[in-house]
Design a binder for this molecule. Structure first.
Ligand code: SF4
Length: 489
């Protein structure tokens, strides 16, 4: 990789930016392509199922019957902080500044990047190492740093591989879940001049050797933040690779990009959330490294940055905060458990969502951040099975939020006119016992006429989408009501 590696926007097969496609975004084409890709289906299914089963088994083993109480408590802590966010933000800013950090506030992605670029220019910074941060994906920071001549290198192993392979993350926690070791081996040969190997240990060593020198030379370290602690003005970074510690201690300047919703009131509250985060994300007791950093290096200290900057990013969050119906979506601690549990995410995979955040939480917050009219497929990309709600450590009722978004699409006329008419007819039918029974009778007759061998393989007209990927079982000859009448005695 050259010192000024070009970092073009990662494009999918349809020629559009994977995370920032042209809007309004149509999810179908990409979802179909990923569903048809047997390799991707295998890796993503294996990895998400493994993580999901691991989470269930581990939380049961550690928490037993108290798991639900702990989730409730964690949800309440986050909800309380959001309900009083102005208070905790002020407290955080006061304490962070007392510890010597500088706090900036960015209303949107453009402003957040501009603050960081200003710091880089003012301090004449040229080499940046960056740990994993979803917020910097949101603001699309790396290409902007590179555009002003700052070499910006992702140091999380997954993000590093995606960067050199000109790809984009497809999972909140496991960004390269859609890639296998062959793709990594090829990228290392092509970009790093390494010998071809598919051995994971050897691949990790190649990356480690390459990155170590970059850490030594870097003058700018960029991180995200899993939590901000209001009572101490600290940022908390949870990683498994130790790159977060390197990025935030070796370079002269540390800039942390953090969403304003990441606040927790105290260290005591933090401990509850830390107990849940790693268990839900990767089925670990804790992440291997949990850093709590308060201010830059003190006079007597050897390690640490001379300057520490916080960029507190809004970028649509206050709009969600202002809406009491959707506020709970901001409780998210980005553990990725809802993605692993979601049957739709497993089939379509992260890139099909056309945004930085995918899976059930992405289907909720992306339309809220970027407009329902731009992402109208996302609230419908769910079977509402409730697996995401069961998985969520902070008890965000994701299925309910998805239903609310569908309601808003109808009332805001985002839904197509013929669908609106269908829903209206459906609502009339469901409210009247007579219409429901007569409608049910004719529907059953029609579906049975369309079926062959017990299945409907091709539904007609506007219903054809239901049978593209699977066959619909034919309804029984007699309805349940008649059966019940005959058998209840
Ligand atoms: S919504 Fe819940 S389960 Fe999904 S990433 Fe956020 S915290 Fe984790």
């Amino acid at each position: 990789m050259s010192d000024h590696h070009e970092h073009p926007v990662a494009l999918s097969k349809d020629g559009q930016s994977i995370l920032f496609p042209s809007l309004p975004y149509d999810m179908h084409a990409r979802a179909e392509a990923f569903i048809a890709d047997e390799h991707i289906q295998t890796y993503v299914n294996r990895a998400t199922l493994g993580r999901d089963n691991g989470r269930k088994a581990f939380t049961k083993q550690i928490f037993g019957d108290r798991h639900n109480d702990l989730r409730l408590l964690a949800g309440r802590i986050k909800q309380h902080t959001l309900d009083n966010l102005d208070y905790y933000l002020e407290q955080f800013i006061d304490n962070a500044e007392k510890s010597g950090a500088k706090v900036h506030f960015a209303a949107d992605a453009k402003e957040a990047n501009a603050i960081c670029l200003d710091i880089a220019r003012r301090e004449k910074l040229t080499a940046c190492v960056k740990s994993k941060s979803m917020v910097t994906e949101e603001t699309h920071l790396v290409p902007e740093l590179e555009a002003i001549g700052v070499e910006a290198l992702e140091t999380d192993l997954g993000e590093f591989i995606l960067q050199i392979d000109n790809d984009a993350p497809s999972h909140i926690v496991t960004p390269m879940i859609h890639k296998d070791k062959t793709a990594v081996a090829r990228a290392f040969v092509r970009e790093l001049g390494a010998e071809y190997t598919e051995d994971p240990k050897e691949l990790t060593t190649i990356a480690r050797n390459y990155l170590r020198d970059k850490f030594r030379r870097a003058d700018l370290g960029i991180s995200g933040g899993n939590f901000l602690v209001a009572e101490t003005g600290s940022v908390v970074i949870c990683t498994n690779e130790g790159n977060g510690r390197f990025c935030t201690t070796a370079p002269r300047v540390h800039v942390a990009f953090v969403g304003i919703e990441k606040l927790v009131p105290t260290q005591m509250h933090l401990s509850v959330l830390l107990k849940l985060l790693a268990k839900h994300a990767t089925a670990q007791p804790l992440t291997v490294y949990t850093h709590i950093m308060t201010g830059p290096k003190r006079a007597a200290e050897h390690d640490g940055p001379e300057q520490m900057h916080f960029i507190l990013v809004d970028n649509g969050r206050t709009k969600i905060l202002a809406d009491p119906e959707y506020r709970e979506a901001l409780r998210c601690i980005r553990c990725g458990a809802c993605l692993n549990a979601c049957p739709v995410y497993r089939k379509t995979t992260g890139h099909a969502y056309g945004a930085v955040y995918s899976g059930p939480i992405g289907a909720v917050i992306t339309p809220l951040f970027k407009g329902l009219e731009n992402y109208k497929d996302l609230p419908n990309a769910s079977s509402l099975c409730g697996a995401c709600y069961e998985a969520c450590p902070v008890k965000i009722n994701l299925p309910e939020l998805l239903i609310k978004l569908r309601r808003d699409m109808l009332s805001g006329r985002v839904t197509k006119w013929h669908e609106r008419i269908m829903y209206k007819i459906g609502a009339i039918g469901l409210k009247s016992r007579f219409i429901y029974r007569v409608g049910g009778f004719f529907q059953r007759k029609m579906l049975r006429m369309l079926s062959k061998g017990g299945y409907i393989r091709k539904a007609p007209g506007p219903f054809k989408g239901w049978t593209i990927e699977r066959d619909l079982p034919a309804p029984a000859a007699k309805d349940f009501r008649s059966w019940w009448k005959r058998h209840k005695s």
